[in-house]
Design a binder for this molecule. Sequence first.
Ligand SMILES: [Zn+2]
Ligand SMILES: [Zn+2]
Length: 340
Amino acid sequence: MPAAPPSPESWISVRPYGLYVVPGRFYVDPTRAVDRAVITHGHADHARPGHGHVLATAETLAIMRRRYPDAAGTTQQALPYGETLRVGDVDVRLVPAGHVLGSAQVVLEHAGSRVVVSGDYKRRPDPTCAPFEPVPCDVFVSEATFGLPVFRHPPAGQEIARLLHSLELFPERAHVVGTYALGKCQRVIALLREAGYDRPVYLHGALTGLCALYEDHGIALGDLRPAAGVPKDELRGAVVLAPPAAIADRWARRLPDPVTAAASGWMRVRQRARQRGVELPLVISDHADWDELVATIADTGAPEIWITHGREEALVHQARKMGRRALALALVGFEEDEDA
Ligand SMILES: [Zn+2]
Ligand SMILES: [Zn+2]
């Protein structure tokens, strides 16, 4: 008779720097520099600088090299989606997570037991990255950034329509939209293009590099122009994208009578939008909302759910209601924003 598979807790451990896969001797998304890391995606709280060996998708590695030119890993190894690599005593496979370009779930198999670490993910269509694929597993490690029933994201197209409507109402005003540099910026541009908006989109200097990287990977973003040095009148009625921190600072004040917008799942919280001086909050998220989190727990069929990275308690409770064994991992070092 074959031996029963080892319990997942016996080969995946929660350590101060994050999830450690014992039989492979590597971490997944460690919060400090380590010898061997598997990285789910390029956001700064998952992809840290200074690792020894880094395994990730080619896109994630390219993003890391752009962000950390001298510290993206002493050695880098690209693993395409769907291919299996043996690392120590573990089979490792990367599967699309639908979060940002190159984002991956990490599928780990050891001695007949399979654990899937989601990284960050969403289930909504996104023209800038491959869609999330549910993988049947024994343990699903889920993020829970928006793990409260109050978080239900509207269709992104509906939010883009609100931005386009505001441009019609205020053709004399620049519309400055706060977007994270990796993922949200390119998705907002792609959604504008899907909605038929073909005018130039102006960019804060902090956003141009990753837009170029997306285009290098085949994601067409249309006519993009640097906002710097453009005559003020040219920006009337234009869409200008900037990092969230820039929309309310001196940089934005030189724009013509700007309408201040921001694209984030957090814009569902009106108070937060007000605090940040956002007139036009756009609820566009690259994370699963409550319904997507619950549906994904069901879709993986995993009898056991480990929850991390966000609001853990409500989702733990929900998973138990669904008959799953569930626990909160309480990993430290992750930011509540995608790209703080
Ligand atoms: Zn994250
Ligand atoms: Zn992320």
